[in-house]
Design a protein around this ligand. Structure first.
Ligand SMILES: NC(=O)c1ccc[n+]([C@@H]2O[C@H](COP(=O)([O-])OP(=O)(O)OC[C@H]3O[C@@H](n4cnc5c(N)ncnc54)[C@H](O)[C@@H]3O)[C@@H](O)[C@H]2O)c1
Length: 258
């Protein structure tokens, strides 16, 4: 168990990687705040985590709504205290071919994954600075470094997260706040399921072919699990990771080597 339990807010955590990171942080004794777009999804996630004995509250939050970000962090501070750990996890992954993507979808990618992350940091950092301790994790991706095709908005936003992370690390490090990016490869989640179905339909593949071919191309020969990412996130949120700062850490079974 964590020697110094903290308060952690994870954006986009009603499902997938965000939910799993909330579970892992909760299971080592942190109090967690699940936040996501939809009231019902947040309530279900909170109920599921409480079943596991986790100390959790829920907040409906669209990270693209800057006023709502400010309000939610202010409410949290009043209700339970300063957010010590912020994980900017909210994201979307849609087909965005460079020459055809609607500019509104391009903008939505940047708004959610870049501007939304910065808004949350700006709302959380003052409390962390007062306490002289904080952890910020930004969810980047293997796609911060590579491209698959038809993903100009996602790749651009995820590459931007690396710059955001470096710059935040320079500004916040002196206050006892570490800032790092996690770059997952291919991780089993609803988002990945959607991508797999889309590619299989587009390329006339059988059900399951996409993930089988991805697994075969990964040096560890398996698709990643949410827990592979959550274990790293949990470590980065601990006191023991204090000197890991401004880094982009890969969790991809070696896929980036190929
Ligand atoms: N699954 C993978 O293979 C993979 C790989 C690399 C990076 N990632 C990144 O990890 C993060 C989580 O991915 P996942 O696979 O769990 O996806 P997911 O689609 O299962 O979860 C994303 C969550 O973000 C929420 N969200 C979307 N827009 C939001 C907004 N404006 N405000 C608040 N929440 C919002 C969604 O409602 C959803 O619950 C994303 O940033 C994704 O890009 C995932």
């Amino acid at each position: 168990m964590e020697r110094h339990p903290k308060l952690a807010l994870i954006t986009g955590s009603a499902r997938g990687l965000g939910f799993d990171m909330a579970r892992h942080l909760g299971q080592v004794g942190h109090r967690v705040i699940v936040s996501d777009l939809n009231d019902a999804a947040v309530a279900d996630a909170v109920a599921a985590l409480r079943e596991l004995g986790i100390d959790v509250i829920g907040k409906t939050l669209d990270v693209t709504d800057a006023a709502s970000v400010t309000d939610v962090f202010a409410d949290v501070r009043k209700e339970v205290g300063v957010v010590d750990i912020l994980i900017n996890n909210a994201g979307i992954c849609k087909d965005t071919p460079a020459l055809e993507v609607e500019m509104s979808l391009w903008q939505a990618n940047l708004d959610i994954m870049l501007t939304g992350a910065l808004s949350c940091v700006r709302a959380a950092a003052p409390g962390m600075i007062e306490k002289g301790w904080g952890r910020v994790i930004n969810m980047a991706s293997q796609m911060s470094f590579t491209a698959f095709g038809r993903d100009v908005a996602y790749c651009t936003a995820k590459a931007g997260i690396l710059g955001l992370t470096r710059s935040l690390a320079m500004d916040l490090g002196p206050y006892g706040i570490t800032v790092n990016a996690i770059c997952p490869g291919v991780i089993e989640s609803a988002m990945l399921e959607e991508v797999a179905k889309k590619v299989e339909k587009r390329d006339g593949l059988e059900d399951g072919d996409f993930l089988r071919s991805r697994a075969a191309a990964i040096p560890r020969r398996r698709i990643g699990q949410c827990a592979d990412v959550s274990k790293l996130a949990t470590f980065l949120c601990s006191d023991d990771s204090d000197y890991i700062h401004g880094q982009s850490l890969h969790v991809n079974g070696g896929l980036l080597l190929t």
